[in-house]
Design a protein around this ligand. Sequence first.
Ligand code: DON
Length: 297
Amino acid sequence: MPIDDADGLLAHIAAQVRPLLPQGQLPQYIPQLGRVDKMQFGMALLMLDGREAFVGDADVPFSIQSISKLFALMLALERVQVDQEAGATRNPFINAGALVVTDVLCSSFAQPELALLQTLRQSADDERVDIDQIVMRSERESCHRNAAIAHLLKSYGRICNSVDTVLDTYCRQCALTMNTRQIARCALPLAISGRLSAHRARERLSAVQRHSVTALMLTCGTYNAAGDFAARVGLPMKSGVGGGIVAVIPGVGSVCAWSPGLDGAGNSLAAGRAIELFAKHTGLSVLGSPARTFKAL
Ligand code: DON
């Protein structure tokens, strides 16, 4: 379905999710993320034909957290020969798999977090993408669970670099700060379908790699709620505990929503609902709308 009035649609969605903003919970296990103002909401839509629409706090930078797992994976696939059997592509969206991807980047770049930062600045075409040192230190000082996972991985020989090197890099990548428009721009290449030759120059990943990454987003991008989101929204998505959620609309574009308050599964309450409303209003879903699916059956 064509999106004729994208600005109007996003404004409508922002108004609809507003009552949810006070209801979400801030994550407390990374102390700095617990100090953010919950009443913020922003959303950005970027289409492959170049059109863009945004609303609310779309330009406010926030901590991308686990969305960095998506971008780290894209960088690893793009620049590094990732041996599938080394575990890096098993599930790079849970922390154990993400730490293995970070380890691959540590082996491949002298300053891996800078390689990721530069890649994102280039993809977003925006030098303001940055790493928040306060968030980084806040997580590094309290990342006991990730340290335990990294030690376990090390004991099985699944990571090559020292546990400290991997944890330092992982906490820096999670502390990347971006706004919704920058994130949508960096995820846009995942929306390119084989037919869109005008975008060939921007295709850094092969069609097979894009397919694998979006399949992973659809099935594992929103923690334990991935099945629920697949049924309700039907778009490949990746969320982070900073409150951001980015979704890919294959062949159409990318959309990112952000609001800091989280639901019980750790996904932004308002951003999740906003992307669900977007899919419902536009009929854009890789699985088709429930109504249409049932009719076809
Ligand atoms: O590793 C963590 O716990 C955070 N840096 C990121 C968590 C997140 O966004 C969702 N979790 N897996």
